[in-house]
Write a protein that binds this ligand. Structure first.
Ligand SMILES: Cc1cc2nc3c(=O)[nH]c(=O)nc-3n(C[C@H](O)[C@H](O)[C@H](O)COP(=O)(O)OP(=O)(O)OC[C@H]3O[C@@H](n4cnc5c(N)ncnc54)[C@H](O)[C@@H]3O)c2cc1C
Length: 176
């Protein structure tokens, strides 16, 4: 995809996003495509930093309409680097940070950009914890899909059930 094609795609789709869509020429692009494994050096055609489920839907529509393949970034700690695609659309969910804890039901609902340490802090103030990871900066998205080998794995103590964010939960960025 040429620079001109990318820029015209951005002007058509930017109104659907609250954060700037990033082309490779943008000053924030290099930082946005960087993940934990520094050996991964792929360059997406475009990065969409999503802040809501609606924006994720727009990103998927964009990719479908424009014939781009996609990758999804949560905490960016997948060692294989599958969060970053080459020449496609990288859907960056890292701005989605909401954690809502319902202590009575011992349940937490969390958005896909939350890191393990952020999730842990939100539950521990209620005296609740669950197994996730041992390293605070891994993403809960990847831990949910595979992994989840944390300190509490073999200990039964104050478990909190948690499930991914659904769109009926309000305000990204808020914490309960
Ligand atoms: C330093 C370090 C320490 C670690 N410690 C532990 C540990 O203690 N315990 C443990 O179990 N694991 C551990 N891991 C492994 C880590 O949990 C996994 O690599 C996990 O997949 C990282 O998730 P992420 O969201 O940060 O990564 P990402 O790279 O963002 O995502 C991982 C994969 O999930 C996909 N994905 C992300 N979000 C979504 C989504 N919303 N929908 C669909 N697909 C999605 C991505 O495309 C990618 O393929 C560690 C990894 C590192 C690098």
């Amino acid at each position: 995809m040429t620079d001109t094609q990318i820029l015209s795609l951005i002007s058509a789709w930017q109104p659907h996003f609250s954060s700037l869509l990033l082309a490779p020429s943008h000053s924030e692009f290099s930082a946005a495509r960087r993940i934990w494994n520094g050996m991964i050096d792929r360059q997406p055609a475009l990065i969409a930093r999503c802040t809501s489920p609606q924006e994720v839907m727009s990103a998927i529509k964009l990719a479908r309409n424009e014939g781009l393949h996609v990758s999804v970034r949560g905490g960016g700690h997948g060692v294989a680097g599958s969060a970053v695609c080459q020449d496609g659309l990288m859907i960056d969910l890292s701005p989605m940070k909401m954690v809502a804890v319902d202590p009575a039901r011992r349940e937490a609902v969390a958005a896909p950009g939350v890191l393990w340490g952020e999730f842990d802090r939100a539950t521990e103030i209620h005296g609740l914890a669950t197994t996730g990871g041992q390293v605070s900066h891994t993403g809960i998205a990847g831990l949910t899909l595979g992994g989840g080998l944390g300190n509490l794995l073999y200990i039964s103590t104050s478990p909190v059930a948690w499930r991914p964010w659904r769109s009926h939960h309000s305000s990204p960025g808020s914490r309960g």
